[in-house]
Design a protein around this ligand. Sequence first.
Ligand SMILES: [Zn+2]
Length: 183
Amino acid sequence: MIKMKRSKIPDFLKDNKKTWTDSFINGSTFTWHNKQKELLKLLKNMTSSHCAFCDDVLVPKGSDIGEIEHFRPKSKFKHLAFAWANLYPICRSCNGTKGVWFNKLLLRPDEKDFCFSDWFRIDPSTFELKPVKIGNPNWKRAEITIKLYGLNAKKTTRRQFEYDKIIINQYINKDHQPFRFMN
Ligand SMILES: [Zn+2]
């Protein structure tokens, strides 16, 4: 879950947000109004085409090109269904695991001062993500995020593979990039 910088709300969303939201609140079936592809592309631009939560790569021609996550689920937070700040690029695995669950403690990759290594570490023997507890009284937020998105569910083998590649290439980078799944 690498830090993500949110870009400006796209004009088409800004212009239509109220109409689309009202229609959804008034009982219309949810639709992206043929803007799903465009929206997903803009969201993926903010993560270099990675899942905003598990950091797995979302390749244009791969089996998982990515989906649009409603951080606060649209079933319970209808007024946020088209809120730009509520949308994230996500992989099928994370989206499927989270489903309609929500917890107000969940971490957002674009929240103020968010830094991966303040919250998460990789267990070198299992390659699972673990919450950083030392010096972090709010570590439960990381634990809940790992659990609700299933960040260890299908990712540990892939994580190890990427980690090994980094070691082999002696690619030492002090920022968070080594933890992101590469192409
Ligand atoms: Zn994911």
